[in-house]
Design a protein around this ligand. Structure first.
Ligand SMILES: C=C(O[C@@H]1C=C(C(=O)O)C=C[C@H]1O)C(=O)O
Length: 250
């Protein structure tokens, strides 16, 4: 494969990103739900209307855009409109992706999934007033999830290059179901779901000097992490793969 990118190397990166995602969830789980963070009437500003988390994400992205973050094709902003220009010279990232890839950004769906479905599965009900820190830690989770899910573009490119003749008819026919079948590896998905549950046990255990008896208590529930991957992260990654392949011959 050109540029030294292989399906194996991409899968290794996805495995490493599991660590980042699970640690980010563990950090968010330090705080209870903290619902004012998500309440639009909690923020009063003459120049901004929205929730505190919206405010923190938008302002942080503006700062990171200036620092050049979104010049990397692996990074996708949640609020791409009106981002300020970068103050640093562009780094020459190797071009692996077919150019229309730049049009794909499913962060709106990642945002909705995270706030409407995921958060309530791993944040305990309650309010401790740490709203700014809570919003900052939501942002870390969102960025880790977004990076992982949009990695589907690279995975799809490599799968396409391995056997273009298999993909081309389905791409021309715009057959999403056929593409989904072609890119799916069920045994890989099963291994991902098992591994992330195991990682959640290892990373989320209470470490003491005397004994390592956890009494089954973990900082995030391993079965929730597995479900989160199975029901949300993997399906969205595959959606990015399909979206990418549909544009692969443009
Ligand atoms: C990412 C891949 O494509 C699909 C999605 C997977 C995932 O999101 O973990 C795993 C296997 C495939 O069904 C891959 O093949 O590695």
């Amino acid at each position: 494969m050109a540029n030294g990118v292989t399906l194996e190397s991409l899968r290794q990166s996805l495995i490493r990103q599991e660590d980042t995602i699970i640690f980010s969830l563990i950090e968010r789980a330090r705080f209870p739900t903290n619902s004012p963070t998500y309440n639009e009437s909690y923020v009063s500003s003459p120049t901004f209307s929205g929730s505190l988390v919206h405010f923190v994400v938008k302002e942080t992205e503006a700062l990171q855009a200036k620092a050049g973050r979104y010049a990397n094709p692996e990074e996708h902003p949640f609020f791409p409109n009106n981002l300020p220009p970068s103050v640093v010279p562009p780094y020459n990232f190797t071009e692996v992706l077919h150019p229309p890839a730049a049009l794909i950004n499913i962060n709106k769906d990642i945002w909705d999934m995270y706030f409407k479905k995921l958060l309530q599965l791993f944040a305990a009900p309650g309010d401790d007033g740490n709203y700014a820190a809570t919003a900052a830690s939501d942002l870390v989770c969102l960025q880790a999830l977004s990076r992982r899910i949009h990695y589907g573009k690279l995975v799809a490119e490599v799968k396409f290059r391995e056997s273009p003749q298999e993909f081309e008819p389905a791409i021309r026919a715009k057959d999403r179901d056929a593409l989904m079948k072609l890119l799916t590896f069920e045994s890989v998905e099963e291994a991902v779901k098992k591994r992330v549950a195991k990682k959640a046990m290892v990373f989320g255990q209470e470490v003491t000097l005397n004994n390592n008896d956890n009494k089954g208590k973990y900082k995030v529930d391993p079965s929730v992490v597995s479900l989160l991957y199975g029901d949300w992260i993997i399906p969205l990654t595959k959606r990015v793969e399909v979206e990418y392949l549909l544009r692969r011959l443009d």
